[in-house]
Design a protein around this ligand. Structure first.
Ligand code: SF4
Length: 350
């Protein structure tokens, strides 16, 4: 008799283990108000002005969302010089530097701003701190577009290796970065954070800053946004009752990565998947409770597909956990709603 193929054996084991396992669904999960708004802005621009609509950077960090908008006529670019003069451009939810805004204007682009209002709040904070004569420490991930946008709210200069850097603004990611940080005047120092950091990691860096620079000024309110906080709290609670956690999110989504880390920090095996096709049946071997959540940029349809696939693997029971009910809604940019009205008025009179 032929021996059973290895993968079939694994599959059977997983299915056997999963038959008495259950799925716990975290709440809240998935889309936040800033992501909702950003997607609506691109859709409305496409509706009102027609394709192509250019979007600087992925409007939100989710492959499914970006592919859907691309299919409707959005063109995603990394830099404005890829956009023909006179076109419409949308700035992504992560925000842009002042230099990018100025470049859009000088190139005759019509810009609609999908920057999340909670990112804009941090930009305004930075401006006020600078006006008060303070240097600023930004806690965030190097290379993330939100960090580039926020750092770019202050005057830029070119360093020797031709990299743009911000005058009077320092980026730190870890307590070790704080240890090696030198500033001009510790009495005139403030900090801000990226909106999607791990609350626990950010607290470590903030504590290191406060220990080294006791006079450092904190932002007026927490920069880590409500959606990040609520999703991390929900995953932390859920993970305590799970032996496996699956986070739905794209690899470049900061807040989705943080959710996976939050679960891992609870000592639970945790994976992040872009969609259901990335699930592996062997993850389920000997697992009884599988927690599922989604980053703020991941649509619910992908969560449903993940649940369906877990059920294909043999898990029958799905339990929706209770959590904070979110009611935040952000208004659309005024120049888009007024342009939309003008456009529909024109088409009615034609
Ligand atoms: S995660 Fe927070 S900051 Fe980012 S878009 Fe959503 S609400 Fe805005």
């Amino acid at each position: 008799m032929n021996p059973e193929p290895n993968n079939l054996k694994h599959q059977t084991l997983a299915e056997k283990a999963a038959s008495d396992a259950s799925i716990l669904l975290a709440n809240p999960r998935g889309f936040c108000a800033g992501v909702d708004r950003a997607i609506i802005i691109v859709e409305q621009a496409l509706d009102k002005f027609g394709a192509p609509i250019y979007v600087r950077h992925e409007v939100v960090h989710n492959k499914f969302v970006v592919d859907e908008l691309r299919a409707k006529g959005a063109i995603f670019v990394e830099e404005l010089d890829e956009i023909p003069t006179g076109s419409i451009v949308i700035f992504s939810a992560h925000g842009v530097s002042k230099a990018v805004r100025a470049e859009a204007e000088s190139r005759g682009l019509t810009a609609y701003d999908a920057t999340c209002p909670l990112v804009t709040k941090v930009h305004i904070e930075v401006e006020k701190m600078r006006k008060a004569g303070m240097e600023i420490v930004m806690i965030g991930h190097k290379g993330h577009p939100e960090v580039e946008g926020t750092m770019g709210q202050v005057e830029q200069t070119n360093t020797e290796n031709n990299q743009a850097s911000s005058i009077g603004m320092y980026l730190v990611e870890t307590p070790e970065d704080v240890a090696s940080l030198t500033v001009k005047d510790p009495a005139k120092l403030a900090y801000v954070t990226q909106t999607t950091l791990s609350m626990d990691d950010a607290a470590l860096v903030i504590n290191a800053l406060k220990a080294k620079f006791p006079q450092i000024n904190a932002p007026k309110s927490d920069d880590i946004c409500y959606a990040t906080q609520n999703r991390q709290d929900a995953v932390k609670i859920m993970a305590q009752d799970c032996d496996l956690v699956i986070i739905v999110g794209s690899p470049n989504s900061s807040n989705s990565n943080r959710l996976r880390e939050v679960a891992k920090n609870q000592g639970v095996e945790a994976y992040m998947v872009d969609n259901a096709s990335y699930l592996k049946s062997e993850w389920l071997v000997n697992k009884k409770k599988i927690g599922v959540s989604a980053g703020a940029s991941a649509p619910e349809v992908l969560v449903k597909e993940v649940i369906a696939q877990l059920q294909n693997f043999g898990i029958g029971n799905v339990q929706e956990l209770q959590g904070v009910v979110e009611s935040v809604v952000f208004q659309l940019p005024k120049n888009l709603t007024s342009a939309a009205k003008t456009n529909s008025a024109k088409s009615t009179s034609n």
